[in-house]
Design a protein around this ligand. Structure first.
Ligand code: 6PG
Length: 480
């Protein structure tokens, strides 16, 4: 039995040290390295008893302590620090060794790094790791992309340390080069939308006059049904939490300015490049942007008027149920958009992403883990779907939810409660199912001012009206 380590982790921050502890708890001998030795020493001092660690101060010693093919997992800040760490370790590596970036890297960076290391005979794997610090320690959802050969050496280890559902790992081979980080990016885009919908439900419940404990109870109840999910569960806890300083509901003491590290933004930017609609995810990104634009908000608050933010209904419980329907339906739209984006990316970048399998590994460990994901997995397993929105059980549930969804969006508009997520999701629902869209008029206007031509419903080819002369129609396909 070699006394070399099976796997190495570079970066002893919370994510890196927790992942290293997870690996050790699963019986692997784990090599540890950090740019400065202090954090490595701390891991050994505090957790050395948890498993078989091989700490190294020098990079050469770290690499030398690893069995071949070397499997090295980086949990380093995305961007420059990741590149510099890769550049530092690569000179010590040999053909066939595997470098895994477990951070939230942009998939284009991963494609670049994978190509660069492949030219050196090395494998570079971009692995989305979702579940935060707790997930890293207890079992994350892991989305590795890279060469199939790298997954042969790496997959069993990642599957063993990942979250499990009925014994099945929440880790699977996603596809080549940047596919894993692309899927993680979409995960985060959906996460943004999920969080936005929860926030809109919270604002509506508040406008109904519920106390924070009553709102916490509503979310706790929703968490026992189709909305069962990690984010709904922790929403109940956050709403129930009292400010340690004042005893008031903590959430009302939190500045309403949302941060974002960029993965949701990337999801929307990539979708624009792919011409695939993720308008609901985009609304979540822009809602965060508005919340963190104090100058715009102060000016608008001073200038603009609106109705009193108060919703009065005859049957409060019935309206709360309608809010639940709006939240569930909007969530489905956001998931459908994200899954569609993955499908479009696969076609564009040459990845064979199995959307159903992605839903399967999102069922536990990750931040968007939810009961809905099992339904999505089973629908993709049972049906050949272009979009989640045609899955039989989803279609039926959306049909049952749409009246309540429409009532909520209308009530919110009348009460001046902003629900960009709910309303954009409803607009997406109505757009994709519409037999005719206003794009017909768009084409007419474009032909009028720019001679951009149009196609007809009753003929082939491209056509143009001579708007400024005799108004006749002519074929735009005639040879110039
Ligand atoms: C996860 C989380 C993780 C991180 C978010 C925060 O999947 O474990 O999504 O990646 O907490 O990226 O992102 P924002 O700061 O952009 O909300």
């Amino acid at each position: 039995m070699s006394n070399l380590a099976s796997v190495g982790v570079m970066g002893m921050g919370v994510m890196g040290s927790n992942l290293a502890r997870n690996l050790a708890r699963n019986g692997y001998r784990v090599a540890l390295w950090n740019r400065s030795y202090g954090p490595t020493a701390e891991v050994i001092a505090e957790h050395g008893h948890e498993g078989d660690f091989v700490p190294a101060e020098e990079l050469a010693d770290f690499v030398a302590s690893l069995e071949r093919p070397r499997r090295i997992i980086l949990l380093i800040k995305a961007g420059g620090p990741t590149d510099s760490t890769i550049d530092a370790v690569v000179p010590f590596l040999e053909a066939g060794d595997i470098v895994v970036d477990g951070g939230n890297a942009h998939f284009a960076d991963t494609r670049r790094r994978e190509e660069k290391l492949r030219a050196m005979g090395l494998h570079f794997v971009g692995a989305g790791v979702s579940g935060g610090e707790v997930g890293a320690l207890e079992g994350p959802s892991i989305m590795p992309g890279g060469s199939p050969e790298s997954y042969e050496a790496l997959g069993p280890i990642l599957e063993k340390i990942s979250a499990k559902v009925d014994g099945e790992p929440c880790c699977t081979y996603i596809g080549t080069d940047g596919s894993g980080h692309f899927v993680k990016m979409v995960h985060n885009g959906i996460e943004y939308a999920d969080i936005q919908f929860i926030g809109e439900a919270y604002e509506l419940l508040k406008a109904l006059g519920l106390s924070h404990d009553e709102m916490a109870d509503v979310f706790a109840t929703w968490n026992t049904g189709d909305l069962d999910s990690y984010l709904i569960e922790i929403t109940s806890e956050v709403l129930r939490k009292k400010d340690p300083r004042t005893g008031e509901p903590l959430v009302e003491k939190i500045l309403d300015s949302a941060g974002m590290k960029g993965t949701g933004t990337w999801t929307v930017q990539s979708a624009l490049d792919l011409a695939t609609p993720v308008n609901t995810i985009a609304e979540a990104v822009f809602a965060r942007a508005i919340s963190s634009s104090p100058e715009l908000r102060q000016a608008a608050q001073a200038a603009l008027t609106g109705p009193e933010v108060k919703i009065e209904v005859a049957d409060r419980d019935a309206f709360i149920e309608q809010i639940r329907q709006a939240l569930w339906a909007s969530k489905v739209i956001a998931y459908a958009q994200g899954l569609d984006e993955m499908r479009m990316a696969g076609a564009e970048y040459g990845w064979d992403i199995n959307v159903g399998e992605v839903a399967k590994i999102w069922r536990a460990g990750c931040i968007i883990r939810a009961k809905l994901l099992e339904r999505i997995r089973s629908e993709y397993a049972a049906n050949k779907l272009v979009t989640l929105l045609e899955a039989p059980s989803i279609v039926a549930e959306l049909a049952r939810s749409q009246d309540g969804w429409r009532e909520v969006v209308a009530a919110a508009a009348k009460a001046g409660v902003p629900v960009p997520g709910f309303s954009s999701a409803l607009a997406h629902y109505d757009q994709v199912r519409a037999p005719r869209l206003n794009a017909a008029l768009t084409q007419g206007l474009r032909d009028y001012f720019g001679a951009h031509t149009y196609r007809r419903v009753d003929d082939e080819g491209n056509w143009h009206i001579n708007w400024s002369t005799d108004g006749t129609e002519e074929s735009a396909d005639t040879a110039v």
